[in-house]
Ligand binder design. Sequence first.
Ligand code: SF4
Length: 315
Amino acid sequence: MSDKPRKYIDQVKNPVVRPCPGAKNHFCCNLVIVSQILNCPYNCSYCFLHTFFGREEIVIYRDNEKIIQEVLAYMQSAKGPLRFCTGEYSDSLAMPEAESLAVQLVNVFSRQRKHLLELKTKSINIDRLLSLDHNHQTIISWSVNPPVIIKQEEHDAPDLDKRLLAAQRAVAAGYLVGFHFDPIIYFPGWEKAYESVVREIGETIPTGKIAWISLGCLRFPAAQKELMLNKFKSRVDFSAFLPGEDNKLRYPKVMRIMLFSQLIAFLKKYLPGAYCYLCMEEAAVWQALDLGKENPPVFQFANREPVVKEGREVL
Ligand code: SF4
């Protein structure tokens, strides 16, 4: 774990509960973000936080009671069911402060049946969640990648085996879990490596315990490339990247469709029936893939409308 400096704050300028800003001209899954922490103790080379925030320090808003009040007000004013998530501007469980808020939120969400809470993590810090009466309203989800990518690009984060073991423990405690293949990174031998991850999930987690699986290809602001190379000695092959409609560098559309198609084939083979969606993708990419037409009830809040707004300030 890194020793990045911590800065604690008691007041914030902006609401901490807000709709995901999404990516311009890309479909959004309509997540509601709860921003308690800005920045992360892990050091994934590709993480947008390095350039978005641009500082080492981790900023932690410590008024959990106010955060809970804001979440409750947002839940109560919502017309339809929503999915809330604490893992957009940090990891949902990597730090003790995040874990403490997660415990409180699991309890809040357990008292209603309309909205879901997602705790998105690469950590294994779930001990405090296991004994909670979560009432199936919280999904704990893990970002996953082949071990070689974790070793080269996801510095300080737990390895794949540990993440999957934590997911098994969550399932044993009655939680539904999720997986995010995000970012998918192309490298020689990627097919076998990603197939092996999907197979391992299929061998250890029953499909019926998986709420959703998301797929997203590597994308990053242009300024990040230098940082990835110089600071993190990234071994990502940058030769194929082009500016996307959101001005981030992305693999070309045809390559993304190829990567997604193969991942979807692996999911159908090893996790048949698992619900899968794309994170921040264009309409043409959705249309080129066989993802099924109907959302299952657990994901009825998915919104396939393009979003055009982009927010910057967090806390
Ligand atoms: S775990 Fe997530 S938030 Fe943390 S550095 Fe990696 S990508 Fe960024």
